[in-house]
Write a protein that binds this ligand. Structure first.
Ligand code: FE2
Ligand code: FE2
Length: 253
């Protein structure tokens, strides 16, 4: 995809991320709570500023899943709305979500972290997670096919009427696959990876992940993606968590 167009749609450009992230502490600082370079050596919080929160490499991977789950929520709600009132789903919002999934989920979280570091390390050791790796890789490939489809179909100003049901089905099947995918990674694969690499290497890999994130986004990709996701949710009227509180069983008819 054309880089300028992608940046415009996702908001995750080097320049854009830089502006946002200059105000944020780096992940390395928050992971370790300590200095990582000369400029951070006197790193005590300013008066009134919160203490940095320690975020480990595995927590980082899991909070990336949090961003991706918020994109899945947009997909799920869009599938419901498409069937009820197709005009209530602006293709633009779907395109922004698919682009965020591509840049942050597929090109960074999946390719640069899981496929480069996590899966090879898990595959080398015989444990309960090993058997999942090939399936997870196949699901990455399928996910990218579905993202390609979502990007192609959402480029129009209006979704063609004969595309509505296939689009709703593609969104639902993607959500179903990726919810299970991320749940297995969170509960089986990441813990197995953590056990396989051990404490010292885990800290070093946390630093490495930080470097990759900076290479990819120019600064803190998580904060940028979170902000972008919040904007998409707001544009679709999905930013009020309370609207998802389930009704009492007695109220369900
Ligand atoms: Fe994955
Ligand atoms: Fe993942």
């Amino acid at each position: 995809m054309d880089i300028k167009r992608r940046e415009l749609l996702t908001g995750i450009s080097v320049a854009g991320a830089g502006v946002l992230i200059n105000a944020c502490r780096s992940n390395t600082q928050t992971r370790t709570g300590g200095a990582t370079n000369d400029e951070n050596k006197n790193d005590a919080p300013a008066p009134g500023e919160a203490e940095p929160i320690e975020v480990t490499a595995t927590e980082d991977l899991m909070r990336e899943h949090g961003i991706l789950r918020r994109a899945l929520l947009v997909y799920q709600e869009s599938a419901v709305r498409l069937r009820q009132d197709p005009a209530s789903v602006p293709p633009d919002a779907l395109e922004k979500t698919a682009n965020l999934f591509r840049v942050f989920g597929e090109e960074y979280h999946e390719k640069k972290l899981e496929e480069t570091f996590i899966f090879p390390a898990v595959k080398k050791t015989a444990n309960a997670a090993t058997a999942y790796v090939d399936i997870l890789l196949a699901q990455h490939v399928r996910g990218r096919e579905i993202t390609d489809y979502l990007l192609s179909i959402s480029q129009a100003d209006k979704i063609a009427s004969n595309s509505i049901e296939p689009l709703a089905k593609a969104l639902e099947s993607f959500v179903r696959m990726y919810e299970h995918h991320a749940a297995i990674e969170d509960t089986v694969v990441f813990p197995a990876w953590k056990a396989a690499v051990g404490g010292n290497e885990l800290d070093a890999l946390g630093e490495k992940f930080e470097e990759i994130e900076h290479e990819q986004f120019g600064s803190d990709g998580f904060e940028t993606a979170l902000k972008r996701m919040e904007e998409i949710e707001q544009s679709l009227g999905l930013s009020n968590l309370d609207m998802f509180t389930a009704p009492a069983p007695s109220a369900v008819k």
